[in-house]
Design a protein around this ligand. Structure first.
Ligand code: CDP
Length: 224
């Protein structure tokens, strides 16, 4: 059997992971959050008290790190770290770690290995351009900076925490800047990716739009 990959890329807070998870459930694919892997690595680096300027030490950790997904949780060295990887300190530092070329080489190898032998929907920044350039279908999901910041803000409020909209906006803007300007695998829409703007779209509308293309491109008839 030939396994298929659906690649979803785009900037922070565009709705990629929410949409990807729902689509994966509906077509019975495995959802893989490639950003969570950079986040887990960043958690390990921070908890090991390694200086973020010490590239050699960071690269060394990325060579040996044990990151895996099981039952919709992410495991770092055998421990579930779903909550920890969403902490503020990770948001602030993950793009710096992810910009190191040797780190990317190691994490991309891991991402390919984890996807092997499965039908996969993966979201991130370089899924359709670098990790799986031959993906069956590629989407680039985006929305305006204001809208993306507003969504993250509401997401945080819904968990009962407080947040500052301006802070969130500048943080997202900064992360997008680093992600789009790095030399290795910058965030960019692949030539053959379908652009989806989720501004003014509900989650279900986004899901339906992807499903429409998935059906159109065939190969999923049985799963649908
Ligand atoms: O969910 P959110 O949009 O906040 O970001 P994420 O998908 O969790 O990714 C966190 C960070 O990891 C991004 O800002 C990138 O710096 C990096 N990343 C990457 O370089 N390549 C990927 N394929 C996925 C994430």
């Amino acid at each position: 059997m030939e396994y298929k990959v659906i690649a979803i890329d785009g900037p922070a807070g565009a709705g990629k992971s929410t949409i990807a998870k729902l689509v994966a459930e509906r077509i019975n694919y495995t959802y893989i959050d490639s950003g969570a892997m950079y986040r887990a690595l960043t958690l390990k680096i921070l908890d090991s008290n390694i200086d973020l300027g010490d590239t050699d030490a960071i690269v060394e950790i990325s060579e040996k790190v044990d990151i895996d997904f099981e039952n919709k949780s992410i495991y770092l060295d055998g421990e579930a770290v779903d909550k920890q990887i969403r902490e503020e300190r990770i948001n602030k530092n993950v793009s710096t770690v992810a910009a190191i070329p040797e780190v990317r080489k190691n994490i991309v190898a891991l991402q390919r290995k984890i996807s092997y032998g499965k039908n996969v929907i993966m979201d991130g920044r370089d899924v359709g351009t670098v990790i799986f350039p031959n993906a069956f279908l590629k989407f680039f999901i985006t929305a305006s900076l204001e809208e993306r910041a507003r969504r993250r803000y509401l997401e945080i409020l819904s968990t009962g925490k407080t947040a500052d909209l301006q802070d969130i906006k500048s943080q997202i803007e900064q992360r997008d800047y680093v992600d789009t300007h790095r030399a290795d695998s910058p965030l960019i829409q692949a030539d053959d990716a379908i652009l989806i703007d989720t501004l003014g779209q509900s989650i279900e509308e986004g899901v339906q739009e992807l499903m429409k293309y998935i059906r159109l491109h065939g190969g999923f008839v049985d799963a649908l």
